[in-house]
Design a protein around this ligand. Structure first.
Ligand code: GLN
Ligand code: MG
Ligand code: MG
Length: 443
């Protein structure tokens, strides 16, 4: 630690860092921030910054509201868009701690740490590569989002069709300056839709990267008069935005999912991991797909999954095995969307996979046909179940299963279920445009 701290102090001097943002996330993964001056760095690194946890969604009750922020030193970064001559700002991502220094159980970053520890106890480190898609909408003169998309480009379409190319370049530069290793960037299938891919990391690191990515994308888009959204299905009739999660377990420096002797080059552990996902996915969909709107993406025909099946190559399947093998062998879960809290999302996926390994759950037979075009009867015959069709049924499945309570812990689990039920109820009782269009004149 002393080495990395010396480096941080040096950067603060060198880049004239004046302000430091102490960031953390609430239960929905929404970024929160308290700003201190750089003079306070010594107190900050000791975790002495206090805050009121009772005003943060999903955090503590009013009578036990004093919490502290313990920065994760590895997340220190100067914010490239603040750098001027003789001035800059930096940030840390933090974990919330109790006054006695223990990790606060209501902080979802700490929830993921528990699953990381559970894997570590069995000798595994968890590698995660998330792929977050987003839409760019034009903002109006007040900076509010409109429904007008930034461009009408399509999959892999280059400029001049892709007005987003310039924005993506700036996002890329900012992410790179903050330490991201960017692998690719492209226009996605839908108009106004984009994706920038960064290199996988350990589970906690990857959740930190996903959180930072969403913030940077929104921040840079705004500088171009655009509004970036990670809402899963902003426009009816075209693709929504996913957050595919690629995951593998490493043991003793080796990829535990790789076995060159197997037909698909997958190890028994990989098959058990897939078995664990298939077994638990219905019960954790409320976490990986947290919004009312999430379920409008999980419908046939838009490259998003809605049936519970796996395949080596099939993009209509929920779980896919990307072609790259060896150290890159991994399982891709395609249901999560980028509105999900990445800490909770990676925790439930890893936890379900660990269950598969611990309980020796067998992966069912892979489905290599196009599942979207099967008849309902044929799907039933093959034993293919559906993902939950709404937030309401996803929350009911979360309550039916063990995986949520066990992985999230009592505190976060209870707050989560309560919040999601309230969200559904609010939606259920609201009158939507669709109802007016279809019913108002007819009845
Ligand atoms: N947008 C699709 C989804 O909702 C994914 C498309 C792709 O990356 N091939 O998951
Ligand atoms: Mg994509
Ligand atoms: Mg993918």
């Amino acid at each position: 630690d002393s080495e990395i701290l010396a480096e941080i102090r040096e950067i603060i001097r060198e880049k004239s860092v004046e302000l430091i943002h102490l960031q953390f996330v609430d239960i929905e993964g929404i970024l929160k921030s308290i700003t201190v001056t750089a003079e306070q760095i010594e107190d900050v690194i000791e975790g002495k910054q206090m805050f009121d946890g009772s005003s943060v969604k999903g955090f503590s009750p009013i009578n036990k509201s004093d919490l502290y922020l313990m920065p994760d030193y590895s997340t220190f970064a100067v914010l490239p868009w603040t750098v001027e001559d003789g001035y800059s700002e930096a940030r840390f991502l933090c974990s919330a701690t109790n006054p006695d220094g223990t990790l606060f159980e209501g902080d979802t970053r700490n929830v993921l740490k528990k699953t990381v520890d559970r894997a570590a106890a069995q000798g595994y480190t968890i590698s995660v590569g998330p792929e977050l898609e987003f839409f760019l909408f034009k903002a109006d003169e007040n900076g509010n989002p409109t429904m007008e998309l930034s461009d009408n480009g399509g999959y892999f379409e280059p400029s001049p069709k892709d007005l987003g190319e310039k924005v993506r370049l700036e996002i890329y530069r900012a992410l790179k300056a903050m330490g991201f290793i960017i692998e690719a960037s492209h226009h996605e299938v839908a108009e106004g839709q984009h994706e920038i891919n960064f290199k996988y990391a350990d589970a906690l690191g990857a959740a930190d990267l996903a959180t930072t990515y969403k913030w940077v994308v929104k921040t840079i888009a705004q500088k171009f008069g655009l509004h970036a959204t990670f809402m899963p299905k902003p426009v009816f009739g075209i693709n929504g935005s996913g957050m595919h999660v690629n995951m593998s377990f490493f043991k003793d420096g080796e990829n535990a999912f790789y076995d060159p002797t197997d037909e698909l080059q997958l190890s028994n552990k990989a098959y058990q991991f897939i078995g664990g996902l298939i077994e638990n996915v219905k019960n954790f969909t409320a976490v990986t797909n947290p919004l009312v709107n999430s379920y409008k993406r999980l419908v046939p025909g838009y490259e998003a999954p809605c049936y519970i099946a796996w395949s080596a190559s099939n993009r209509s399947a929920l779980i896919r095995i990307p072609a790259k093998k060896g150290m890159a062998t991994r399982v891709e879960l395609r249901c999560p969307d980028p509105s999900a809290n990445p800490y909770l999302t990676f925790a439930v996926i890893a936890s379900a996979g660990l269950d598969g390994i611990e309980k020796d759950l067998k992966a069912p037979a892979p489905i290599n046909e196009d599942i979207f075009h099967m008849t309902d009867e044929y799907r039933t015959q093959l034993g293919i179940e559906n993902l939950p069709g709404s937030l309401e049924s996803a929350v009911a499945e979360l309550e039916n299963g063990e995986i949520g309570r066990k992985t999230l812990g009592e505190h976060v689990y209870n707050k989560y279920v309560t919040a999601k039920k309230a969200e559904w109820n609010n939606y259920r009782t609201a009158v939507h445009t669709w109802e007016l269009v279809n019913y108002q004149s007819k009845f």
